[in-house]
Design a protein around this ligand. Sequence first.
Ligand code: URP
Length: 396
Amino acid sequence: MEKIEENGSTEEKQSLKEGSICGYNSLQHLLSENLKPQLYQEVSRLLLGLNCGKTLETIAVPESAKSLSSKHGFDLQAFKFSADKEVLREPRVVRVGLIQNSIALPTTAPFSDQKKAIFEKLGPIIDAAGASGVNILCLQEAWMMPFAFCTREKSWCELAEPVNGESTKFLQEFACKYNMVIVSPILERDINHGETLWNTAVIIGNNGNIIGKHRKNHIPRVGDFNESTYYMEGNTGHPVFETAYGKIAVNICYGRHHPLNWLAFGLNGAEIVFNPSATVGELSEPLWPIEARNAAIANSYFVGSINRVGTEIFPNPFTSGDGKPQHSDFGHFYGSSYFSAPDASCTPSLSRYKDGLMISDTLNPKSSLIPCYIRSLLKFQEREVGRSMRGFIVQC
Ligand SMILES: NC(=O)NCCC(=O)O
């Protein structure tokens, strides 16, 4: 996107409207457009780290994925984390995808139309992931609905679905078509237990089978994020799911602020942990590039962080008991999805305001040649902390 005119106030208004940073779609874009190439390289080295001593390599995606991205206007980026080759084992490369998206219709549209429009919008992005050979794909938190929890209105509960509901069925087709594991974070209605609502990630296997589910461990009660009106604190512990491509776990949104969540998933053997989120600039943007990346370093696994995009405006203004005037939106969901690796390197982030697909090749993080920054600490954690915690952890 072109930078808009130098006039501060016009720039500011435009940025607020679309969610850009002064006209740029990401911090990396802002820096690359304004710094001399050599300076940008240095800043990038410090901001994103180096993988095997080098800037992270990009990978080629097929023309069909590129044309889906330009036709449907979503950001598409693809990278490859490397490691030294082992002599006795082939590398186990897992191609992972993250999707961020805005809602597709105004929140005043009939619920069924809203959901259908999100399905339609996601189809081409999932197709691009499939065409690019993605093995494991993760969507954003509560991807099948607007993030209505701020409103505290009961009607939005209607959008909740059973684990094997409409959204799962929609994704099962893609899982089969592309032999792809899909992590689908939804608002769950537990029809077998009094219709209790949960914030749940459904793990769909590469044959379209349901491998399992994980329910969000920690509910935010911060400003507009009073989500406890809608769903319960999860009761699934810290499961790790054995998929055809590797062991994965899901630390849903607010759970990323709690180091023990990350540790527990690591102790249970996760190789890749996803953090599907819905979070806004004012609240968490300075934390966003730090927490997941730190978790990858501290626990020696890869992390895929996903945040939704856009500003969602609700029909009835609401307050959140925080003394602030009533308002009709949460703020801007700033996207910026990215991957982090155990050696402290990370990808640039996706756009701050556009839908996007981030692809990255990861390697078996337990391989002795993955440049983990603190491998010995992980061993210590497994031995000392694991001994005392294992009893509490639900193993899949
Ligand atoms: N959905 C959710 O857990 N939001 C929390 C926002 C944050 O802490 O970044």
